[in-house]
Write a protein that binds this ligand. Structure first.
Ligand SMILES: *Cc1c(COP(=O)(O)O)cnc(C)c1O
Length: 436
């Protein structure tokens, strides 16, 4: 095979790319393009894999889907079916969870600037916990809780000062971060004191998230180790006993053949080994371990189908092949220089005979999906399948140039199911108020 396939992806009898037992050309024809296609079996496999690893290790755990990666009613329902918890970071994501009837007690609320209205909504829905990010939020949440005569379980987010090896823009674990309380500069301790002193809070533990698209276990182990050692200190000095240690997400996925992520279970095993070591060495009760995978649950399960349109050849320099989407459905290449791989859906095994640049249709020179893609000579009307677009694609989709957002379809066992409709031109002007 010319490409390494994900999940149930294969080349079918007629030589077309097939996902979940469904021919991708048929999907493109039925639903139009651009189209996000999700391999449901692969999502389930990943969800079960994380859960099983904890079970095998005999560790109490929660696996929370970091839903900013792909937030829709259908995926929330699927994650609920799989017994996962859910991270939300906004009122909009929380509302989506409510629409999906996601059990409130398994929802965790993140974010560095939750508004009063969002916190009220979270309390009213009865969510499981709020991850407190900063001093302002301690005051704000305490105020809202007092007003409502309610209590809330909270985690305190700390930044352990670990730099994960990944793109700078998506680094969140180092000291110079907008997220969380510094572990080493005294802020985390001050936050714990204030939260413990307030009756409205039930402080259940700590949270940290060291970054994204991480391929090594080193960063996770270091972070877990540092926090656990600090927990020993705070047990003795503050009488603080963390029931929960949430170590975030960020487990890497394979966007291209250059990415070599470990199996998700490896990260979990490495983390647990370190936490156990410190716990046992210091007679500290083993905390419940929570993790928050986003892209590793849904990234590789997603494939975007586009229709190829115009072609522009700049002699000696570049061959541009444009598709009917771009930064409107996948802004990551423009934002992070993210890399992707792709094939022509009708003949994925054919040998490439040129290197092309896949351009989007938006009015931005930076609207490129792939800069250097080896591909057989392609023609207008053919379907291009871009791999590993399941995370931060649809969730970052936008209406730049008033391009309607693409539809989303789930495929499994030879069946396809539309889970997000394509936006219509009518939808685009729905909120516009005419002057006359
Ligand atoms: C973004 C984020 C995640 C998920 O990151 P992935 O790279 O998608 O796994 C988990 N936890 C927190 C706090 C995050 O901000």
């Amino acid at each position: 095979m010319a490409f390494e396939s994900f999940g149930t992806m294969r080349v079918n009898e007629v030589g077309h790319l097939e996902i979940g037992g469904v021919d991708t050309l048929k999907l493109a024809q039925k639903y139009g393009t651009p189209l996000y296609v999700y391999d449901v079996a692969l999502i389930k496999e990943r969800a079960r894999g994380f859960k099983k690893t904890f079970e095998e290790l005999g560790v109490k755990a929660q696996v929370a889907y970091a839903s900013k990666a792909f937030s829709t009613v259908a995926i929330y329902q699927l994650m609920h079916e799989e017994g996962l918890s859910l991270d939300v970071v906004s009122g909009g994501e929380l509302f989506t969870a409510m629409k999906a009837d996601f059990p409130a007690e398994r929802i965790h609320f993140h974010g560095n600037n939750k508004t009063r209205q969002e916190l009220e909504m979270a309390i009213d829905y009865g969510i499981g916990c709020v991850v407190i990010d900063n001093f302002y939020e301690i005051e704000l949440l305490a105020d809202v809780l007092q007003e409502k005569g309610a209590r809330m379980a909270v985690l305190i987010r700390v930044t352990p000062g670990i730099e994960a090896h990944t793109h700078d823009y998506i680094l969140t674990g180092q000291d110079d971060s907008k997220f969380g309380f510094g572990l080493t500069n005294g802020q985390a301790e001050e936050a714990i004191r204030r939260v413990m002193a307030n009756e409205a809070f039930q402080l259940i533990g700590l949270h940290c998230h060291i970054g994204s698209q991480i391929f090594e276990t080193t960063g996770f182990k270091l972070a877990a180790h540092r926090i656990m050692e600090q927990l020993v200190v705070w047990r003795d000095s503050l009488d603080f006993h963390a029931e929960v240690l949430n170590l975030g997400g960020g487990f890497g996925v394979r966007y291209t053949a250059d990415d070599q992520p470990l199996p998700p279970s490896e990260y979990v095993r490495a983390i647990i080994a370190d936490v156990r070591e410190v716990a046992q060495g210091n007679a500290l009760a083993m905390p419940e371990i929570w993790i928050e995978p986003g892209r590793s649950l849904v990234g590789e399960a997603g494939t975007t189908l586009y229709t190829i349109g115009s072609r522009k050849e700049v002699p000696e320099i570049r061959k541009f092949v444009a598709v009917d989407g771009g930064m409107s459905d996948n802004i990551r290449p423009s934002l992070y220089e993210a890399k992707y791989d792709a094939v022509i859906a009708s003949r994925p095994l054919e040998e490439p005979d040129e290197t092309v640049a896949i351009a989007g249709k938006c009015c931005e020179s930076g609207d490129m999906l792939i800069w250097d893609l080896p591909l057989p000579k392609s023609y207008a009307g053919e379907v291009l399948a871009v791999f590993c677009t399941g995370a931060y694609g649809y969730s970052m989709a936008n209406n730049y140039n008033r391009i309607p957002r693409a539809a989303v379809v789930f495929v499994e066992n030879g069946e396809d199911r539309l889970v997000v409709q394509r936006e219509s031109y009518g939808n685009l002007v729905q909120l516009d108020l005419p002057l006359y």
